[in-house]
Design a protein around this ligand. Sequence first.
Ligand code: GDP
Length: 449
Amino acid sequence: MFEGLSTRLSGILDRLKGRGALSEADVQEAMREVRRALLEADVALEVVRSFTDKVRDRAVGAEVLKSVTPGQMVVKIVHDTLVDTLGTDGVAIDLVAVPPVPIMMVGLQGSGKTTTTAKIAKRLFEKQKKKVLMASLDTRRPAAMEQLASLGKQIGVDTLPIVTGQSPVQIARRAIEAGRLGGYDVVMLDTAGRTHVDEAMMMEVAEVERAAKPHETLLVVDSLTGQDAVNVARSFTGRVNVTGVVLTRVDGDGRGGAALSMRAVTGKPIKLLGTGEKMDGLEDFHPSRVANRILGMGDIVSLVEKAAESIDAEQGMAIARKMQQGKFDLDDLGQQLDQMLKIGGMQGLMGMLPGMKQAKQQLASANMDDKVIKRQRAVIQAMTRWERRNPKEIDGKRRRRIAKGSGTSPEEVNKLLKMHRGMADMMKSMGGAQGKRGPMAGLANMFGL
Ligand code: GDP
């Protein structure tokens, strides 16, 4: 998949990337070509429009970083916009529920639903050590039931014994009951498809949904059918609560339109890709990897990312200078926390501050993850401007108000103020004689450890 699109886009961007100067007209012209390439790849018109608009806005507004060309910037912007369009990264199948967790599979006949059901079951069983029961609800096609049973045997996963004369809802209930009695973690319900969207199929899946209350409902669509896949997805999402999409046959020569339109049109994340007929032909969906596959310009993307990091490093140094002069207030700390979130947490920051490199490892155990940083950020945001400038004046009453305003506790407010004091003191002492305690003690001090 994506081959044609990939060739076209890299051709357009190749011409741009070496250029030292780009006018708005150059960007416009390139965007016209990108638009044509996307339409030819069968991407939905509304998605093409918003894609090119976004790239144009970002490109025109972007500051070009030192050490990269404007053309390289555009490559990076196209890449990031592709990632945004493709959706959220790594949305895994959610199994957090009381077992047996019901997963309902829906989609048209021939989309690869039964094959995908077995592929997922195999993965849950082999990689996540889950005990899985599969059941076919396709009462219209006995062959479909036998196909699932035979796949089950092949991969070593149980299937619900076939009982003729039951309705899909009855089979679903029996499967869940068997799942409960048999101590299964997951029950996969492979519903019946039709060759095209019709009312009987929709009524059936809606009934099964009501009876089985699936924790996940995965829609299987054939990526080779392009825009049709997206239309099918739209019909299903209007009738049942689809929680994720599986795109099959991405090993074929589809043009990629389905993958690119799916998220924007349906609002549902692509969770998995079917990459072959064999039982291990299943991959997690990673927008950034797919964007790299489409653009094939990973080197430029990482070059621009590095350049952006060095800008952050310059800002980091400016703050460090302020710290050394004892002028580091809570606004600066807030800015610093924002940067940390952007560049991958505390580890990134410490690499930038002088004398701190050795302490990086210790940080890994200091539990400074993004969640903590976000709460600290909230505490600072709940302060008045005056308080941010005069942290020493924040008394008990103010602390309680700030805690309330930020949804934290007075202890957390105290901790943050202590951390700020620690940072300011440490940097002052590093500015003068290094002090006997060394950077490690400074660090511990900084986090109130
Ligand atoms: P269902 O009617 O939706 O249950 O479809 P099936 O699971 O029976 O699949 C129909 C055909 O598509 C079978 O021959 C599968 O082997 C094939 N198939 C399913 N998924 C993929 C895939 O990701 N890649 C390829 N190449 N073939 C697939």
